[in-house]
Design a protein around this ligand. Sequence first.
Ligand SMILES: [Zn+2]
Length: 441
Amino acid sequence: MSWPCFALPEGAPTLGQVSEIIWALRQQLTGGVAETIVHQTHQEEQRRQQRPCPTCARLLPARGPVHRCVETMGGAVELQRPYFYCRRCRAGPSPLDEVLGVQAGRRQPDVQQAAVDLATEIPYETASMLCGRLSGITVSSERMHAFTPQGAEGLRVVEVAPSREEIERRVGQVAAGRFRRPVLVLGIDGAYVPSRPESARGRRPGQARHRARRARWRHEWREAKGFRFSLLDGERIVHVLSWHQGQNEQELGEALQQGKDAGLIPEDAVRLCVVCDGAEWIWNHVQALFPHACQVLDYYHCSEYLHKVAKAQYGQTVQALEWVEATLTRLYMGTMGPVLGGLRRMQPTSEEARKAIDNCWIYLNGHRGRTDYGTFRRGGYPLGSGGMESAHKFICHVRLKRSGAWWYEENSNQMLALRCAKYTGTFDQVFTRYQHQKANS
Ligand SMILES: [Zn+2]
């Protein structure tokens, strides 16, 4: 490589001018340093005259040298190295590439990881633009599109989860200095993801000319179901693990089962608590997998039912407000008997009121064992599933809900898996795994 040459402006340059020049040359400068280091540290491989074939052990003479340029976060690195071709095995490895761990393709894994790091936060176009501006490395948005699924391929909850040791460390931190075991909250819920149907795939030849035409497919909102384990540390939430995917109830149950089977949930070191709305399938999973967990019906869901009753029964009146306040207070104190009794004694003022009262009674009565809010409060358990809702926001909505963005389910699931890894603190772990897989394939 040739060292970059530059000219300072006439006279005394400002710091801004100096910085600008260095910034423009940074990839060349750091690439040059990387290249020098490779040169210095691998002289033997570059001068090697012969080596045995890794397959048939025949001694092979050096050929070349051949030139190759690879891009790293530290800049472009030019490699001049011999290769050793075995005619019998039809293979011609380059030992320098092997010891350096150079991967196929021009852009090396650190560039790919940085690109995916950006693309999992912001739209591909913006990610590409910022990548170029901040690092000096050009990665087109199409390339970013191609990188993301590679990193996410085959990810399951166990790959995205932190190790058991790491989870124990987080539990230990929260437990320190407390006499009760910390509360580990499991939230389960769905969030809507903007989707496009599979039928929108496959642009036919010539279709590009009609790009401006209205799309033939209709967008839809599909539910991504997810769960989140988090620790309560006073007012603070310590995140442990999130897993969100476009998946059905059964698949979500299987993912929970995988986490349990992998021993990720330290049930004996925490007080496990599940906070959810009333959905039956959720409680079935909980009952099957964590029968000893404390079950909490989301207090704010209850409050919605009560508001509906008040509105239908009393309309927009002071009386309605007073009734809701009084009933919510009873609920908050954990006295469900009087709440249910009160609903039973109500004389419906309309058909609508009768329906609302019945619905509310059925809902609350069906979840009686999950509404002991007084005990939950004294035990330090959460009353609402706010932690789950914020997970939906920072994992799904922030990246997937963008104006004009409609996702194929496969793509949104890959994006979700990577974002779960990010917020669970395992993004590097996921990429290390991917590189091992790639190197061994
Ligand atoms: Zn051979």
